[in-house]
Design a protein around this ligand. Structure first.
Ligand SMILES: Nc1ncnc2c1ncn2[C@@H]1O[C@H](COP(=O)(O)OP(=O)(O)OP(=O)(O)O)[C@@H](O)[C@H]1O
Length: 261
């Protein structure tokens, strides 16, 4: 298997500044993966997987339980390392600048990033401050938090601590984080979990607005989520037969190098 680093572009735009403006537009970015191989435990979950995402594009990750949707999202988020292959932006591989990658991505996983002792407003304030490239003013923070709470119908819960929120309310707060701390690439692992139907519609509106601003989305789901024009990536198509693994000397060598002695 051959691995190609994503091409660098001479006209690459600079990374987006984190901003609280509601008329935010993301610059033209491109994120892609090539020849990706994922090892979990001692099992190759998928191999030779590639994808590309440009401004306004969405990738719908489908496949049965255990096919590797969460693993791929964790690879994309930089929480797992691929056994082989490369993830990169138009202006260079992820591994060359992990900080730039983290500034451009927001990951919504199975566990909600909600601290039990912080109120809903404090949680959003925390994320907005942590993710901002330059210290925002108090007024800008207040405005961003208020707007994010309102969009996810959480205003009346602003002063309620995380430990007292229901599963669906916690999930909505986790999604509000994407508005309070904007970034171009949303990586979402079954984001509709615990959401009622009205909240799923709000989520779909947010996805559409993010794409209209030039944002990118990779989303896994077992439910129906309205993502018009999204490309489907069926993880089942990249399952690796152990016989193929041992027929590929490069993958076999990488596998053996990672396997416990
Ligand atoms: N922490 C881990 N250590 C070892 N193996 C793991 C770990 N997490 C997941 N796996 C394995 O990786 C494979 C892919 O799991 P993953 O969670 O990515 O699948 P999925 O498609 O997201 O599944 P689901 O639809 O059930 O959420 C499975 O075989 C699983 O057993």
């Amino acid at each position: 298997m051959r691995h190609h680093p994503p091409p660098a572009s001479a006209t690459a735009p600079s990374p987006p500044a984190t901003t609280f403006a509601t008329d935010l537009r993301f610059p033209d970015l491109r994120f892609e993966g090539r020849g990706l191989v994922c090892l979990r435990g001692e099992r190759i979950v998928f191999g030779n997987l590639g994808f590309g995402l440009g401004p306004g594009e969405a990738l719908l990750l489908l496949g049965p339980n255990g096919s590797g949707k969460s693993s791929l999202l964790r690879l994309m988020a930089g929480l797992l390392r691929p056994l082989a292959g490369e993830l990169g932006w138009h202006d260079g591989p992820v591994r060359a600048d992990p900080e730039r990658h983290h500034a451009r991505t927001r990951y919504v996983g199975h566990t909600d990033a909600v601290k039990p002792v912080l109120t809903a407003a404090e949680t959003l304030r925390f994320w907005a401050r942590v993710c901002a490239e330059t210290a925002p003013s108090r007024a800008a923070l207040d405005a961003a938090v208020a707007e994010a709470l309102a969009r996810l119908d959480l205003t009346r819960l602003a002063d309620v601590p995380g430990r007292m929120l229901s599963a669906g309310q916690r999930r909505r707060l986790n999604l509000a984080r994407l508005l309070a701390a904007p970034a171009p690439l949303w990586l979402m692992d079954e984001p509709t979990t615990a959401l009622d139907r009205a909240s799923v519609r709000i989520l779909e509106d947010l996805l559409a607005e993010h794409r209209a601003r030039g944002g990118m989305i990779a989303l896994s789901t077992h439910q129906t989520v309205d993502l018009p024009g999204a490309r489907v990536l069926d993880l089942d198509a990249f399952a690796v037969d152990p016989l193929d693994l041992h027929a590929d000397p490069e993958m076999r060598a990488a596998h053996l190098a990672e396997s416990p002695a």
